[in-house]
Write a protein that binds this ligand. Structure first.
Ligand code: PMT
Length: 313
């Protein structure tokens, strides 16, 4: 039997900087509450489950953070205030375009200035300029807040804390759960303090079930928000059935169903009434378009309808 969500929070301590992060989020929300702006909480990246208190080893969930970070850029472009709850060291909005050694390849040292100046290679300006322009616009608008997590427990504490600051936005708040969240964990009371030693033989590790957090999120924390979850499967035959099952169980608005192998080019938006395929064609991909742009366009339209219906009631 999984723990109840209340028991999970009672047994797993919050991150040490939770109060500080809560204040950042409250300030951010306060700023955008009165200007009529819509707000979206995007979760992104995978959670880790530590196997030791002083963690050397952990179990990870699959997610690079591409979905969440690309979506954040498109939500910002259409005017949403964005809280980006992301796995530290996973892909981040804007930076994702210039990551790794590719970034260094874009720069050159100005030898005529006695090695005191570095600039972007003229041949790379057309790559960096649009990204930098969008990044600066997001910064100036003050509509972008990043909050980092690593472990499952930190993620769940931060998710709850952020959700608890959103109810005053009512239907204007959207929750977009793209993070890959572990269904299993090792309870803090059953974890060794120090690194497990191979000389002690092969360890037997018992993983417990994590309570489904969508349940309190939808029914208690943000009951008036527009909540969207993702469903990731590897078997097409069960994908839509599982997505429908989640909708029935948690009663949120949309499940975006995707398969691991085709997640970059296809999702199915499953609602209680409908199924809508959102596709990125090869031709659109060649033109540099991304599936997340179409997902965000679709969701913002559906969100508008939801806000109108909510205010009419
Ligand atoms: O980051 P990328 O590499 O671009 O990949 C994107 C993605 C494939 C990770 C993304 O598109 C995706 O599908 N994310 C959700 C993956 C996932 O965790 O699915 P799930 O079937 O385990 O969970 C379904 C939903 O239940 C999720 O929205 C999750 O927030 C929620 N959940 C999960 C565990 C838990 N204990 N409580 C929950 O509420």
């Amino acid at each position: 039997m999984p723990l109840s969500w209340e028991q999970f929070y009672a047994e797993n301590p919050p991150p040490s900087d939770l109060d500080q992060k809560r204040h950042y989020v409250q300030d951010f929300c306060q700023k955008h509450l009165n200007n009529g702006s819509r707000i979206v909480l995007i979760t992104s990246g995978g959670t880790t489950v530590p196997l030791e208190h002083h963690t050397v080893r952990f179990v990870d969930n699959f997610s690079a953070g591409t979905r969440g970070s690309a979506s954040a850029e498109y939500f910002l472009e259409i005017g949403y205030a964005v809280i980006f709850l992301y796995r530290l060291k996973s892909i981040e909005p804007y930076l994702r375009h210039v990551m790794g050694s590719r970034f260094l390849d874009m720069l050159e040292i100005d030898k005529s200035a006695d090695n005191t100046s570095i600039s972007v290679k003229p041949s790379e300006v057309h790559n960096i300029l649009p990204v930098l322009t969008k990044y600066n616009a997001a910064k100036e608008s003050q509509k972008f807040l990043q909050v980092g997590f690593t472990t499952l427990s930190d993620y769940l504490w931060l998710l709850k804390t952020i959700c608890e600051t959103l109810p005053s936005f009512g239907a204007r708040a959207m929750i977009y759960l793209a993070a890959a969240v572990s269904d299993f964990y090792v309870p803090a009371t059953q974890m060794p303090t120090h690194k497990m030693q191979s000389q002690d033989g092969a360890p037997t590790i018992q993983l417990d079930l994590v309570p489904k957090i969508l349940q309190p999120l939808v029914s208690s924390w943000v009951p008036n928000a527009y909540v969207i979850s993702f469903k990731l499967e590897t078997d097409e035959n069960i994908l839509i059935k599982k997505a429908r099952g989640a909708l029935l169980k948690y009663k949120h608005k949309i499940v975006l169903a995707n398969l691991m192998d085709t997640r970059r080019s296809r999702v199915v938006a499953v609602t209680p009434e409908d199924e809508t395929e959102i596709i990125l064609t090869e031709e659109q991909k060649q033109k540099g378009l991304e599936l997340e742009k179409f997902i965000v366009d679709y969701l913002s339209e559906e969100h508008s309808k939801f806000i109108m219906e909510s205010t009419a009631q």
